[in-house]
Design a protein around this ligand. Structure first.
Ligand code: HEC
Length: 101
């Protein structure tokens, strides 16, 4: 019984943890510059490109979508992001634009 209660608490805590908890938003911000992530986005939506993350018909609807889209984008420039880099970039984008919980 005690063990079940402990597991329950553990799982509910995990469910509430923010996504990309292993990511570092500051590092993500630097990676975003390093990989020139804005370059295509600027061409597509103008300005500094950030409108791509806030447009009404944005494609990313969940934390999982975010990872998938970043893999697509980095693949398009022949870059393979490491698991940690994806977490860092996602942490930054989530903190700034998406606010997934
Ligand atoms: C080769 C061009 C290109 C590069 C470089 C690029 N992107 Fe993208 N990105 C796109 C395009 C095009 C879209 C819009 C896709 C769509 O409309 O479905 C997009 C969309 C996105 C979105 C989804 C926006 C939404 O609709 O919610 C995210 C997140 C994103 N990019 C992240 C990144 C990150 C992080 C990098 C750097 C590692 C990056 N992109 C580099 C072309 C690029």
């Amino acid at each position: 019984m005690k063990k079940t209660l402990f597991l329950l608490i553990l799982f509910s805590a995990a469910a509430q943890a923010t996504p990309f908890a292993d990511g570092d938003a500051d590092r993500g911000s630097k990676l975003f510059t390093k990989y020139e992530c804005s370059s295509c986005h600027e061409a597509k939506v103008g300005g500094d490109g950030s409108a791509i993350f806030t447009r009404a018909n944005r494609t990313v609807r969940s934390a999982d979508d975010l990872i998938v889209q970043m893999e697509r984008c980095s693949g398009a420039i022949g870059k393979q992001l490491s698991t940690q880099e994806k977490q860092d970039l996602a942490a930054w984008l989530n903190q700034r634009y998406y606010h997934f919980k």
